[in-house]
Design a protein around this ligand. Structure first.
Ligand code: DGI
Ligand code: FE
Ligand code: FE
Length: 188
């Protein structure tokens, strides 16, 4: 699907604020993909659709996770995690996106997972550092991303885990596993 058509499809699903965020993720994902030699077209498409399900009712996302083969333990953690797998499912079903690399990048853009592909890392990080993001620590991660994607990713996960800890929120085990996987690989 071409960029303009994809943007039109996704715009209908999002608030204006979230659409602006999506444009920032798209722009950043293309820059990162170029930098690390990931597929730019796939990065563009995954970025455009990454938050497709962000505003779906919780009940709809819960139902998708229950019935479409996703890990059931997601339902025991923050509902913020659900739009990623639900989005991967809905983008295929409703927008006709079939590229499994793109769908996988959407699926894991919130939790991460051990053994992330280059494209998955690009989308995860672009989501975190796009120009519209202003939370504490984001500028440091932006600088790190220019040098080393894995180090930037580790920092972003550390920040997210700290943020959740401070808010007394549960942390999805796969987020820890993603962190462990990246840190161990960096040591090798
Ligand atoms: O959808 P976005 O806001 O663009 O970003 P996202 O899909 O990365 O969602 C991030 C939010 O999810 C962030 O505010 C933290 C929250 N969250 C809740 N539980 C977890 C979690 N993030 C991770 N990585 N792991 C969790 O267990
Ligand atoms: Fe998201
Ligand atoms: Fe996002």
């Amino acid at each position: 699907m071409e960029r303009n058509e994809a943007l039109k499809v996704v715009k209908e699903q999002l608030t204006d604020h979230r659409y602006q965020h999506t444009l920032g993720v798209m722009e950043t994902a293309i820059i990162l993909a170029k930098q690390v030699g990931a597929d730019e077209k796939k990065a563009e498409l995954a970025a455009i659709f990454h938050d497709y399900a962000k505003f779906r009712p919780k009940e709809e996302m819960r139902e998708i996770i229950l019935t479409q083969g996703f890990p059931q333990d997601l339902l025991e953690y923050n509902a913020e995690l659900w739009h990623a797998p639900a989005g991967a499912y809905l983008v295929e079903k409703e927008a006709g996106i079939t590229d499994t690399d793109v769908l996988t990048a959407i699926r894991y853009h919130t939790s991460g997972r051990p053994g992330m592909s280059l494209l998955e890392k690009v989308i995860y990080l672009a989501d975190y550092i796009e120009p519209g993001r202003h939370f504490p620590g984001v500028e440091e991660v932006r600088e790190m991303a220019k040098e080393n994607l894995d180090k930037a990713l580790i920092k972003s996960i550390q920040n997210t885990i700290s943020f959740l800890l401070k808010k007394n929120q549960p942390i999805y085990p796969e987020t820890f596993q993603t962190y462990n996987d990246l840190v161990k690989k960096l040591e090798d």
